[in-house]
Design a protein around this ligand. Structure first.
Ligand code: M6R
Length: 603
């Protein structure tokens, strides 16, 4: 949830830490802080409430020198948003400094023990316990003290630790929260996110669960030796470039991200999908009778779309659960089932917990994730990467369309292992090839959506509705609207309207109806008529060439025609743009909506 970075090398640490922190700010943005050590001038610790991106003036006036340090951008869990609760946290002597991503679940008992031993706490955070625990075990060797301290911790942590009394060294440890080491020229970095290090180096080593690493100006060491890997994107991918917001950039990038998700994965003549990540389990997949799909937020809406795809084209019963619910129910999942986990970040705590629960029952686990070497990628038995490129905007956009494309590939793959015909397989494959261009076409609605946003910006409530494949699209449209603009919005199955929500509708009540020309179009139109009879205001998302809808709806946004199973990929585009422009018109902070953070690494 939080972003952490450490630097040791020949450069000044301050600018490296600040720019790394800015590129990681999407992980949390309540407050930030850093600690920089200089052998001559001592240590500078600084903390501030608010976003680092809004602190340019304060930071610009600062003169901080030193070649090693660490920094943190926070998403509050334990303790309010105050300077005292911002990281780094120090021990009693102010010698040991800790930045932390995760949650120390047993912090209360540890705090009680440490207080009884005379340690004084100044914050309400769980993290401060770590600083005092390391102090307790410190006898001149920081690695040893960190090792002993984390041995007492229950919960999750990615930590980066410095000590004035064991200088010229950074110690990092991970359990449940990601950490990687960046190997530069005469410099080493450690961070929770590749975005933080990519401006300095693309050579990285991801720490494994339970590992502790030591970084010095000349070297790094981890318990287990292994080859560094290359980050397969550039610093421009985590910068806004010509766009005012990451969200808009990522919406506009979708034709390209979809091309990358599909590249090399289709064999149109054979009507097949080629998914290298599933090769090791290819034979096991033939025997799978049911698939449990688990995910959170937007990824769950992709999962709900996959439920229709898998049942219709792969002929496999699919059941979707919110990852946060899965582990608390008595599930009927067994060895004839597979679990399919979907997560952009691959670090969502609820999703990881559900995967672990399924694995403990001997269930085959498959992951779809955008983050190479993420915890999800490491913990599932097999999987498919999105290759959508880094998604920085808190609101998920290009990851969602990429998930839908990958799930269509997966349905094709599993379908062709079963009863899906060659001809139908070829149709799906050929239509998937066209999808990036169709999304490019869908993006042409932006000027129209911008104008519509001005009309919808003062709404207090909105409904989004759709049927079959586009019921999840409606929920995704509503989620985008509420998380960005703070307008209350709900996504409904169109047929559910008359079972309650219709009571909300009065003169001018805004309803976005996703009604492409598909197998349920006529049914959708009936629901629109029911709404019109109650004087709702209808914004329809319909297929190009459908002129009738213009006579029924108040406004129409047209999307290109595609196969029904793929319509969500194009239909969601105007909904993303609508949420973006409504939020912009309302003056909301688009890339950093209140109370949220990109990656939810706490349960
Ligand atoms: O990284 P994940 O895909 O696991 O994240 C899941 C949700 O937290 C995420 O989709 C969230 O709902 C987004 N803010 C929605 O835009």
């Amino acid at each position: 949830m939080c972003g952490i970075i450490g630097y040791i090398g020949k450069q000044e640490a301050f600018p490296v830490l600040i720019s790394g922190l800015k590129r990681m700010e999407y992980r949390g943005y309540d407050s930030f802080g850093f600690c920089i050590h200089d052998n001559e001038n001592g240590t500078t610790t600084f903390k501030k409430v608010g976003k680092i991106s809004a602190a340019d003036q304060v930071l610009g006036d600062m003169k901080v020198s030193g070649n090693m340090g660490h920094a943190h951008t926070r998403w509050a869990t334990h303790g309010g948003v105050t300077e005292a609760n911002a990281h780094p946290h120090l021990d009693c002597k102010g010698s040991i400094s800790v930045v932390h991503n995760g949650i120390v679940e047993n912090y209360k008992e540890l705090k009680k023990e440490l207080e009884a031993e005379g340690h004084t706490f100044i914050s309400q955070t769980d993290t401060e316990v770590l600083a005092h625990l390391i102090e307790k075990f410190f006898d001149g060797n920081l690695e040893q003290a960190v090792k002993k301290a984390v041995g007492r911790v229950r919960g999750t942590y990615g930590i980066v630790v410095l000590s004035k009394d064991d200088p010229n060294k950074i110690v990092a440890a991970r359990s449940g929260s990601p950490l990687l080491i960046g190997i530069g020229e005469d410099e080493y970095l450690v961070a929770s996110d590749p975005a933080a290090v990519v401006a300095n180096t693309k050579k990285v080593v991801y720490l494994n669960e339970g590992e502790i690493a030591t970084l010095t100006p000349d070297n790094y060491s981890i318990y287990t030796e292994r080859e560094p890997q290359e980050i397969d994107w550039n610093v421009e991918d985590v910068e806004m470039g010509k766009y005012p917001h990451f969200m808009l950039k990522e919406i506009m990038e979708q034709p390209e991200s979809l091309r990358n998700s599909l590249r090399g994965r289709l064999v149109p003549d054979e009507g097949k999908a080629k998914l290298g990540g599933l090769m090791p389990i290819e034979e096991r997949l033939r025997d799978i009778e049911r698939i449990y799909v688990i995910a959170c937020g937007t990824a769950r809406y992709a999962a709900l779309t996959a439920e229709y795809m898998l049942e219709e084209y792969a002929g496999i019963t699919a059941k979707v659960d919110a990852a946060s619910e899965f582990r608390y129910r008595k599930s009927t999942i067994d060895r004839n089932c597979a679990m399919l986990a979907i997560s952009q970040s691959g670090e969502t705590a609820d999703t990881l917990a559900a995967i672990r629960e399924a694995k403990s029952k001997g269930v085959l686990t498959i992951g779809v994730t955008n983050a190479v070497e993420s915890s999800q990628a490491r913990e599932t038995d097999a999987g498919v990467y999105n290759h959508a490129g880094p998604e920085i905007g808190v609101a998920s956009t290009k990851a969602f369309t990429s998930q839908l494309a990958v799930l269509a590939l997966l349905s094709l793959y599993l379908g062709r292992q079963r009863q899906l015909s060659l001809v139908m397989g070829q149709r799906i494959a050929n239509e998937l090839i066209r999808i990036p261009d169709l999304v490019q076409k869908a993006l042409e609605c932006e000027p129209q959506v911008r104008e519509l946003a001005a009309k919808y910006k003062d709404c207090g409530n909105m409904l989004f509705m759709g049927r079959k494949y586009n019921y999840p699209t409606a929920m995704e449209g509503a989620l985008k609207m509420k998380e960005l603009s703070y307008i209350h919005a709900e996504g409904l199955a169109s047929g559910e309207l008359k079972h309650g929500p219709l009571a909300l509708v009065e003169d001018g009540f805004p309803v976005v109806a996703i009604c492409p020309s598909d197998s349920v179009y006529e049914k959708n139109v009936s629901n629109i008529m029911e709404l019109k009879a109650r004087r709702a205001r209808i914004l329809a998302v319909a297929t190009e060439g459908n002129e009738d809808i213009a006579g029924i709806a108040d406004e129409v946004i047209y999307i290109p025609k595609t196969l029904e199973m793929l319509t969500p990929i194009v239909a969601v585009v105007p909904l993303q743009l609508l949420a973006y422009h409504v939020a912009l018109a309302r003056g909301c902070d688009i890339d950093k909506p209140r109370n949220l953070a990109k990656s939810v690494t706490v349960e």
